[in-house]
Design a protein around this ligand. Structure first.
Ligand code: GAL
Length: 444
């Protein structure tokens, strides 16, 4: 696969870039327990806030997410015990964080922003918030905290607009992971985890015969299927073809998009039958149950969810046909203009960017740190393997998680794939995708 050059990378302002540049971002350079890089102590250089509140918006309400966010709050509270943290987390809605994003939009438009909020690095941050002029330039914070030296340059580029950074990435998540229950594959006589879609359908037949749903799907809201679909698209299109979907050089009418929709459509035959009325919380409970599905294609926050349930009968592999690829996204926090408790918010961002903060948050969240100097002793087998893959794999920006495309398209996309889940009509879903791409004016 062809790697992106820097110009293409900047154009997408997303998480695909040259392998060499990303190799530099990928690998922690510090040995376990080594001293953190300069400026990495939480809240160094910040004014001590005297009190007041700190209101934080996020859609983190699931297991793993809550505990990880709390780990950041704990570090914050230890330094600023008089500040009252208002955890305004809101789940649900179409697409990731749909309800939170709708409320955020209302608050931002009404001139009543929270002090800080969760936002995906890439187009979601830039198009929804920076271009409309709602965010503060964080160059001062990057300088004071030494963040320019500890975040990969290309990650800073994705957080930046006109050369200025507008948010602090707390993590890097991988979208294309197949989580599976070895005991269930075994019960159906499936010898090895499927590595291709052909193998997947073979295994799915065996599982069906054993009365075990092969694939976990939770499509009560337009969300889960869009996630699975982005991980099928990259099996049919190469990197340039995939990125071309967002600049008009690959048509959404392309037969490789059709083929991707057909694969997903076929996969529904092997999903839990009630997938249209199953929600994200339900499917996680189901996955750990004795009579639940055998496999789930989901991002590595699922690792965080399963860890929070103290569940261990699971393993992971790249989603079918995606070995060597890393579909990437990153959560970040920024500083809205007119944040009511600005000093408190700035100090929260210091914690988010600190080595201590990232090493407390990520091992629980199921993500790898955005910083290049983590204490590796804090990360488990899965996370260490994700760090390795991030270093060596072809990186592709996620659609569903705001890296590759603006939010309006993400929503239309999630709704089109939900339509496939509901009506099982490939042509109709593809027509909706084509319409969505037209509305988003890709390449215009
Ligand atoms: C993603 C987000 C992750 C995770 C997931 C669950 O969009 O980046 O941090 O929380 O949603 O909905």
């Amino acid at each position: 696969m062809k790697s992106l050059n820097r110009r293409e990378f900047m154009k997408f302002a997303a998480l695909g870039t040259s392998a060499a540049a990303l190799a530099a971002c990928a690998m922690p350079t510090t040995a376990p327990g080594a001293a953190p890089a300069a400026g990495s102590t939480a809240a160094s250089g910040g004014a001590t806030a005297g009190g007041g509140q700190l209101e934080i918006f996020s859609w983190w309400t699931s297991g793993g997410e809550v505990e990880a966010l709390n780990a950041l709050y704990e570090i914050y509270s230890a330094q600023f015990p008089d500040v009252e943290i208002v955890n305004a987390a809101l789940t649900g809605g179409a697409g990731q964080g749909g309800n939170m994003k709708a409320l955020l939009e209302t608050r931002m438009q009404g001139g009543q922003p929270p002090d800080s909020f969760q936002v995906h690095l890439g187009r979601e941050l830039i198009d929804s918030h920076v271009v409309p002029g709602r965010m503060e330039d964080l160059s001062f914070l990057y300088e004071e905290e030494g963040l320019n030296d500890v975040f990969p340059k290309d990650l800073i580029a994705i957080a930046s607009y006109d050369g200025k950074p507008y948010s602090v990435p707390v993590n890097i998540h991988r979208s294309n992971v197949l989580w599976y229950r070895p005991s269930k594959l075994e019960a159906a006589g499936v010898a090895a985890v499927p590595t291709t879609w052909d193998e997947f359908f073979e295994a799915a037949e065996a599982l069906k015969a054993a009365d075990i749903p092969a694939l976990a799907v939770a499509e009560n809201e337009p969300n889960f299927s869009g996630h699975v679909f982005e991980n099928i698209l990259i099996t049919q299109l190469d990197q340039a073809g995939y990125l071309g979907l967002f600049d008009g050089t690959t048509s959404w009418e392309d037969e490789r998009v059709t083929r991707s929709l057909e694969i997903l459509n076929q996969a529904y035959d092997y999903a839990n039958q009630d997938y249209l009325s199953t929600s994200w919380g339900d499917i996680n409970d189901r996955f750990v149950a004795d009579d639940g599905p055998a496999m789930m294609i989901m991002g590595d926050w699922t690792h965080g969810v399963l860890l929070s349930k103290a569940f261990s009968d699971y393993r992971w592999a790249p989603a079918p046909d995606t070995a060597g690829m890393f579909m990437v996204l990153s959560d970040s926090f920024g500083l809205p203009k007119n944040a009511p408790d600005r000093d408190n918010a700035v100090n929260f961002l210091r914690v988010c960017g600190s080595r201590e903060g990232q090493d407390a948050f990520n091992p629980i969240k199921g993500s790898i740190p955005a910083r290049t100097d983590p204490d590796l002793s804090k990360y488990d087998e899965y996370l260490l393997s994700a760090m390795e893959d991030f270093k060596s794999n072809t990186l592709l920006p996620s659609i569903q998680h705001g890296a590759a495309v603006k939010q309006s398209f993400v929503l239309d996309y999630a709704i089109a794939i939900n339509n496939l889940a509901t009506n099982r009509d490939v042509a109709a879903a593809q027509a909706m995708l084509v319409q969505a791409a037209g509305d988003a004016e890709f390449g215009a």
